[in-house]
Write a protein that binds this ligand. Structure first.
Ligand code: TRP
Length: 411
C-alpha cells in the first residue's frame, strides 16, 4: 500500500472518527497507528479476531518439517494466524495443501517490506514442498491508483521478476496476473463469490463509500477466489478438498475474513492464514513506507551507495541525543529503526542478541549499528540483484504459463 492509495481510500465516517480519537485504523489501504502513531499488535489480534502465533505452534512446525524455524517465526514478525493448526494436522496426516500469496504491482521495484511475506512464502514452499499460486493484482492497482492498464501490466511483469528472484520452484509455482488469467474457472468462482456478498458487507469490511468506482466493490471477490483450488484446474484437477494457506501482511486480513465467510457456501473449506507485522518506514514505526517517496524505504534496486545514504540520513535512531546521554542511558530499542531492520534480516541470532545488548546499554553507538545494517542490506540487496539478472523473459513465461501441474501435489 502506498501513500496515494491511503489518500484515495476515503475512510467512512466511523473510521475517521476512530482515527481522530486516537484509535488505530488498519484496512488494506490504510494503516494508521493509535495515539502514539504505533500499531498495537495485541489490540489488532483482538480487533480482527485472529489468533496469536504461539511458540508452541512454531515448535510444531519445526518438528513436522525437521527444519529450524525461520527467523520471522522465532522473532514474532509472523505473529498471527487463522486455523494454522488445521493445516499442520492435514500435513501430518499426509494430506495436501497449497500456498497462496500475492502482490499489487504499484511500483517499479519492491521494497524490503514487500519482500517479507514473499521471502517467508518461499521458505514455506521449501520446507513443506507444496504448490504455490501467486496473484499479481494489476486490475486492483488500475482501479485504486488510476494506473493505466498497460502500465499496471508492465509493472506486474517487472515485479514478477523480483518475486522469481526470491527462489521459487518453477515446478510447483504458478504466477498469474489478473488481467491475463481471469476467465474460465477463475471467473466462474469470482461470480459465485460475488453472489454471496452484499454491497453492505463489502462497504463494512473495506470502508468503501457511495463515491468509489464500482470496480472496487467487485474486486474483493477477485482476491478471494484463488483461496479455492477450483480456480486452478491445471494444478488441482477437479479436487475441491485441497486446503489453502495464505501467508500475507496483516492488512490483507479483511479480504480473507470475507473469503472465509463465503467458503462453506461454495462447498469449500476456509483458507487458513499466517500473518506478518508491518515493516517500518525508515522514518520510524509511525511513518509510512511509500513507493512514491524513495527516501522512506530501501528498494531492491537501490545501489550500495543509495542504501548507505538512506540508512545514514533517514533511519530513525533511538540512540541518546548526546554521546554522554547515550553512554549513560543506552538506546531506546523500541523506537530504533536500524535495530528493527536488523531483527527482520539478520539471521545470526547470537550476533543480533549481542548488538541488542551492547546498543541497549549504550556501549555501542548508532553509527556502529547503522554500519552493521548497511553491510547486511548491501549484501542481501546485492544478492537479490544478482539473482534477478538471471530471470529471463522465458523464465517469467515459464512461471506464468497455464500448464499441467498435477505433479506439484506430490511430495
Ligand atoms: N492486495 C495485495 C496488495 O495490494 C495483493 C494480493 C493479492 C495479496 N492476493 C493476495 C497479498 C494474497 C497477500 C495474499 O499487495
Amino acid at each position: 500500500m502506498t501513500a496515494e492509495e491511503q489518500q484515495q481510500a476515503t475512510p467512512p465516517a466511523e473510521e475517521a472518527a476512530a482515527a481522530e480519537s486516537g484509535e488505530q485504523v488498519i484496512t488494506p489501504w490504510d494503516v494508521q497507528g493509535g495515539a502514539d502513531g504505533k500499531v498495537d499488535y495485541n489490540k489488532l489480534i483482538e480487533q480482527f479476531g485472529v489468533s496469536s502465533l504461539t511458540q508452541d505452534l512454531v515448535q510444531r512446525i519445526e518438528r513436522l518439517t525437521g527444519r529450524p524455524a525461520h527467523p520471522f517465526l522465532k522473532r514474532g514478525i509472523i505473529f498471527a494466524h487463522r486455523d494454522l493448526h488445521e493445516i499442520l494436522d492435514c500435513y501430518e496426516r499426509g494430506e495436501h495443501f497449497y500456498l497462496y500469496t500475492g502482490r499489487g504491482p504499484s511500483s517499479e521495484a519492491l521494497h524490503l517490506g514487500h519482500l517479507v511475506p514473499i521471502m517467508f512464502t518461499q521458505w514455506l514452499q521449501e520446507v513443506f514442498d507444496v504448490p504455490l499460486v501467486i496473484q499479481l493484482t494489476d486490475d486492483e492497482k488500475t482501479l485504486w491508483r488510476g494506473l493505466e492498464q498497460a502500465e499496471a501490466r508492465r509493472l506486474a511483469r517487472e515485479n514478477c521478476k523480483d518475486i522469481i528472484a526470491c527462489g521459487f520452484d518453477v515446478n510447483k509455482t504458478f504466477i498469474f496476473s489478473d488481467f491475463e488469467y481471469v476467465g474460465g474457472a477463475f471467473y466462474r468462482h469470482i461470480i459465485d463469490i460475488q453472489r454471496c456478498v452484499s454491497m453492505n458487507q463489502v462497504r463494512g469490511i473495506f470502508g468503501l463509500t457511495q463515491d468509489d468506482n464500482i470496480g472496487k466493490i467487485g474486486f474483493p471477490a477477485v482476491q478471494a477466489a484463488p483461496s479455492f483450488p477450483g480456480v486452478f484446474p491445471h494444478i488441482f484437477g477437479d479436487r475441491k478438498d485441497v486446503r489453502c494457506l495464505i501467508p500475507c501482511a496483516i492488512d490483507q486480513d479483511p479480504y480473507f475474513r470475507m473469503t472465509r465467510d463465503v467458503a462453506p457456501r461454495l462447498g469449500y473449506q476456509k483458507p487458513a492464514l499466517i500473518e506478518a507485522r508491518f515493516f517500518p518506514a525508515l522514518q520510524g514505526e509511525s511513518g509510512k513506507m511509500s513507493a512514491s517517496d524513495p527516501n522512506s524505504a530501501v528498494f531492491v534496486n537501490d545501489s550500495a551507495k543509495q542504501i548507505k545514504d538512506k540508512i545514514n540520513k533517514y533511519a530513525f535512531s533511538g540512540g541518546g541525543a548526546t554521546l554522554e546521554e547515550h553512554r549513560s542511558r543506552g538506546a531506546n530499542l523500541d523506537i530504533d529503526v536500524p535495530w528493527k531492520y536488523l531483527n527482520f534480516f539478520m539471521e545470526d541470532d547470537a550476533k543480533l542478541a549481542a548488538i541488542g545488548r551492547e546498543y541497549g546499554a549504550g556501549r555501542m553507538l548508532t553509527g556502529e549499528v547503522k554500519a552493521e545494517l548497511i553491510a547486511l542490506l548491501t549484501d542481501i540487496v546485492g544478492r537479490h540483484q544478482q539473482a534477478r539478472t538471471q530471470v529471463t523473459e522465458d523464465i517469467v513465461d515459464a512461471f506464468m504459463a497455464v500448464r499441467p501441474m498435477h505433479s506439484a501435489l506430490k511430495r
